[in-house]
Design a protein around this ligand. Sequence first.
Ligand SMILES: [Zn+2]
Length: 354
Amino acid sequence: MGKNYSKMDPRSLHRSSSLNYGRSLNYEVRGLFNYSLSCCVNALLQSFSATTELLDILNIWHPSDGIDERNVPLQLRKALEAMRDISHSAPHKDFLNCLYRQAIRPSTQQDADEIFHIILNLSQKQMPDAAVAQEIRSLYEIKVETQVVCSKCEFIHRAPSSLFSLPLAIWERENTLKGCINSFFKLQKLPDSEKFYCDRCDEKQPSTHEMKLVSLPPILCVHLKRFRNDDGFTRKLFSEVTFPETFSTEIFAAAQSENADGLKADEWYSLYAVVVHIGTAMFGHYTAFIHSDQEWYYADDSCVRQSTWAEVRETYGESHRYGQRRTAYLLLYRKKSRNSTVGNTAALNEHYMN
Ligand SMILES: [Zn+2]
């Protein structure tokens, strides 16, 4: 490594990364050349680069001299650093080769949510420093609990799990982000054909099924599930899904588990990156909108230009449809508090979710 990284206490970083960044999140958004249909990874790299907390965490790590160059977190860090260096002509080439060699096939149609998970999972799995791996996890981890209630003995069977993105089903009609979140956490009665084995009753029983929220991460990735598989045929839903630029974490209040960390009244999420899918399930292209320095930018591989929130909203789908059928696919929100020095409270009031 040609650079010396200052040693930081991961716990102190966690405290700051959980909410309040005292420094500017601004940086210059730069284009990325499309190598062998790398638009999906390119759009994700734009979102990872905008997640400045991620590079801060990776920079705590001191890789050993003999580390394998095919190490994903090593190449991710190098790519994110090189993206800050305008003189670097191919900041992400080694990272792409690293992914192509071990995780994904080049020149194929890719799913951005799947690749997002592959990159984050490999970044933890191949990270020799356990504390740093845990920091990467904590940055994105949504902790949930599945609660299955036996209709006969009323015992609540709990199963904790965690997610890196909130997978929201969408309807073939108008949707709102709030409506999709409410549906995700909605109580469902399982059909009689899917009776649940209750170990208390020692037999299969009718039951209800509910997802409960345990904790929200500093970075919330929302996955709008636009690809639906019907009888082995995948199609894309172009339905409208509106989403706000900012929203209060209060919208999760009803979904909280009894084991929840507890939501704070003064916290909200602010949108800073959108991974966009253009085209159909058979043939598509990925781009990204990035918010930096109070402005929106649009990154389409090598081309980066200034954009607006109005243009981001054109990715809602259907009625907002553009000729190219651009639709938001992954939404990245950063958690902030009212006391935060970063952020715009005027925008918060304007775009508050009702
Ligand atoms: Zn039971």
